[in-house]
Design a protein around this ligand. Structure first.
Ligand SMILES: [Zn+2]
Length: 353
């Protein structure tokens, strides 16, 4: 039976017996659309839009069928233009609710005998299944053709598996992933994530910030995936370094809800617990008696109140640099500029009200 997709909330003659999930499908058309095409003059533009629409629809149908749905109701489609870095991108997003139906047979638009599937849908589905198998096998190396397919068919369902590989590659200097595959991952993973719908990409990247925090925060920064709601969910002192590392990242559009989340993050940062303490004593043989900072690593250094530990780290020769809250000067600066950003955002959003 062909999956029913409709903008209405119900289907004539059928009863919705289960709401499975809200599904989203987006297609990003990148750098190949010139500004001139967008503002008239190109007859192909409408055709292109139709193609993109069809592709998004295919994606939605595929997700719905994977979810075991009989229909998608309440379909909503958005066309959006994103400008940035000198490029114009066109995003078509579809959102709908996948449901299971209990229907009178006559209501079904097509009999099972007449079920049909487009060549592209079949091919995409085939690729998804075979790529999943390949990715489940840690000995398999993704090659250029694989990546070509992943990008061409927007196989975003593979994003969690690819993210996992990316993190493995980034954290292990020696791993069973060969150099050629590492290079392909490094070249293709970020553009792949950038091509995804914001919420989908956020779910993937924030699902694991602990394996390789630096790597994840670079992805979040490069792909503008700053997600206050996700960060608010992890406001614990033990996560402070990763949280601070995310403060420099951005998101395409800021809402009042984001601002509220960012204010909570500021409040959290203002109330970080002390990890070190101060004592009165002598910092060194020649220093006067005064305040000493005992940092969380146990170093003692003579600093001003609020100062940073000046002791050298064993082995690396770098300066410890932690203050009484256990954060470095760079982190203090990052927090300060985040606070400024929150204030500017607050001013803009309040003015708009
Ligand atoms: Zn120290």
């Amino acid at each position: 039976m062909r999956l029913i997709v409709t903008t209405t909330d119900s289907i004539e003659g059928c009863r919705i017996v289960e709401y499975i999930d809200v599904l989203r499908s987006s297609v990003v058309v990148g750098n190949d659309i010139a500004l001139g095409d967008l503002f008239g003059g190109n007859r192909n533009y409408n055709n292109r839009l139709n193609d993109i629409y069809e592709k998004a629809m295919q994606g939605l149908r595929l997700k719905a069928s994977i979810a075991g749905a009989d229909a998608v109701v309440g379909l909503h489609t958005d066309f959006e233009e994103i400008f940035g870095k000198g490029k114009t991108r066109m995003v078509v997003s579809m959102v709908g609710t996948a449901v299971k139906l209990d229907c009178q047979p006559k209501c079904l638009p097509e009999d099972k005998k007449n079920a049909s599937v487009s060549m592209d849908t079949l091919h995409r589905q085939y690729l998804l299944v075979s790529m999943r198998k390949k990715l489940d096998n840690s000995d398999y190396s993704l090659n250029e053709d694989d990546w070509g397919n992943i990008l061409k068919y927007s196989l975003t369902d593979l994003a969690p598996l690819l993210y996992n590989r990316y993190l493995v590659v980034s954290t292990q200097t020696i791993s069973n992933i060969p150099l050629s595959e590492r290079k392909l991952l490094q070249d293709n993973f970020i553009p792949f994530i950038q091509s995804m719908d914001f919420d989908e990409a956020v779910d993937v990247v924030y699902s694991d910030l602990e394996t390789a925090p630096e790597c994840s925060s670079v992805i979040i920064r490069d792909c503008n995936l700053f997600a206050p709601s996700k960060i608010v969910g992890m406001l614990e002192a033990e996560h402070k370094h990763i949280i601070i590392s995310l403060l420099k990242s951005d998101k395409p559009i800021y809402t009042a809800e984001d601002l509220a989340g960012m204010e909570r993050i500021v409040e959290f940062l203002d109330n970080l617990p002390d990890t070190g303490y101060y004592i009165e004593g002598r910092g060194g043989v020649f220093s006067k008696t005064g305040t000493l900072l005992v940092c969380e690593r146990g170093h003692k250094s003579a600093v001003e109140l609020g100062g940073h530990c000046t002791e050298l780290l064993e082995g690396s020769g770098a300066v410890c640099n932690l203050n009484v809250k256990g954060i470095t000067e760079a982190e203090v600066a990052a927090i300060a500029s985040f606070k400024e950003k929150v204030e500017v955002l607050r001013a803009i959003l309040n003015r708009g009200l």
